[in-house]
Design a binder for this molecule. Structure first.
Ligand code: SAM
Length: 233
C-alpha cells in the first residue's frame, strides 16, 4: 500500500519511521511519502492560508497549493488514490473504517491547519474520475490543532491490518473492536512474574486448561465492555 501525507509540518510525520510502521516500510509492505505543502505555494512568503469568505475568526487553507500538490501526487500514482481529509466534522474513524482502508491501494491524507481546507478541494477531488473518492474523517469528538496527529493515528491503525505487518504473536483477531461476534473490548492481560507487589495473576491463567482460560477471557471481556462501553454491549 502507498500512503502520501501532505502537511505544512512534514517533520511532524517523522514518527512514521519508527516501530511497526517503520518496520512495515523497511519490509516494503508500506510506501509512505510525506510532502511539504509550502513547496506548492507561489509567493515568496510561501503563503498557504487566507481570510475566510463571509468573515469570522481564523484563516482557511487556500485551494491552489492543495490542488497543485494533489495533482502532482496523482501523476506518480498507478492506482486512483482515495483522498482522506481529517476534520472534526467528518465521519468517525473506527476499526471497521481502518479495515476498509487497509485494502486500498493508495491513500492520500491532507492535513489541514487553521480553520481547515477550502471546501472546494473535497468537492473537486470527489468529482474526479481519476481519484477513488474523498473521505472527510474525524478521529474523535475533540478539536486538534492540525490533521497530522489524526494522520498518525489512522496510518498506524491501517498499517497493522496490512497482511504481513503483524506477526502471529501480535495477531489482530483478538483485539478490541475486532471480534466478529464476541465482546467489543479485550479483557485484562498479564505476564511474568506470577506475583508482583502482592498482586497475583488470576489462577486460571496458570492452570494450563485452555478451555477454562478461553471462558475466563470471554467473561472478563464481556464485563469490561459492559462497564466501560455499555453502548457496545
Ligand atoms: N474549524 C474546524 C472545526 O471546528 O471543524 C477545526 C479546525 S482544526 C483547529 C484544524 C485542523 O485540525 C483540521 O482542519 C483537521 O485537519 C485537524 N483536526 C482537528 N480535530 C480533528 C479531529 N477530531 N479529527 C481529525 N482531524 C482533526
Amino acid at each position: 500500500m502507498r500512503i502520501d501525507i501532505v502537511s505544512i509540518f512534514p517533520d511532524y510525520l517523522a514518527a512514521l519511521g519508527l516501530s511497526l510502521v517503520g518496520k512495515a516500510r523497511d519490509a516494503g509492505l508500506l510506501d509512505v511519502r510525506v510532502h511539504d505543502l509550502r513547496k506548492y505555494a507561489t509567493d515568496k512568503h510561501r503563503t498557504v492560508d487566507d481570510t475566510p469568505y463571509g468573515g469570522g475568526p481564523g484563516m482557511v487553507m487556500m485551494p491552489e497549493p492543495w490542488g497543485a500538490v494533489l495533482d502532482d501526487i496523482r501523476k506518480t500514482s498507478t492506482a486512483a488514490p482515495l483522498l482522506i481529509i481529517p476534520t472534526p466534522s467528518g465521519n468517525r474513524f473506527d476499526q471497521p473504517m481502518a479495515v476498509e482502508l487497509s485494502s486500498a491501494d493508495h491513500l492520500v491524507i491532507a492535513c489541514g491547519r487553521y480553520e481547515g481546507i477550502d471546501a472546494r478541494i473535497a468537492e473537486h477531488y470527489a468529482a474526479r474520475e481519476d481519484w477513488a473518492g474523498v473521505r472527510e474523517v474525524s478521529i474523535g469528538d475533540y478539536v486538534l490543532a492540525g490533521g497530522e496527529a489524526a494522520a498518525l493515528v489512522m496510518v498506524e491503525a491501517v498499517a497493522r491490518l496490512i497482511p504481513g505487518v503483524l506477526g502471529n504473536a501480535e495477531s489482530a483477531a483478538d483485539d478490541s473492536f475486532s471480534k466478529v461476534d464476541g465482546p467489543a473490548l479485550e479483557g485484562p492481560v498479564f505476564t511474568k512474574p506470577p506475583t508482583w507487589r502482592d498482586l497475583d495473576v488470576p489462577d486460571v491463567l496458570l492452570s494450563g486448561d485452555h478451555g477454562r482460560i478461553a471462558a475466563w477471557r470471554k467473561e472478563q471481556a464481556q464485563r469490561r465492555t459492559h462497564e466501560r462501553r455499555p453502548d457496545l454491549s
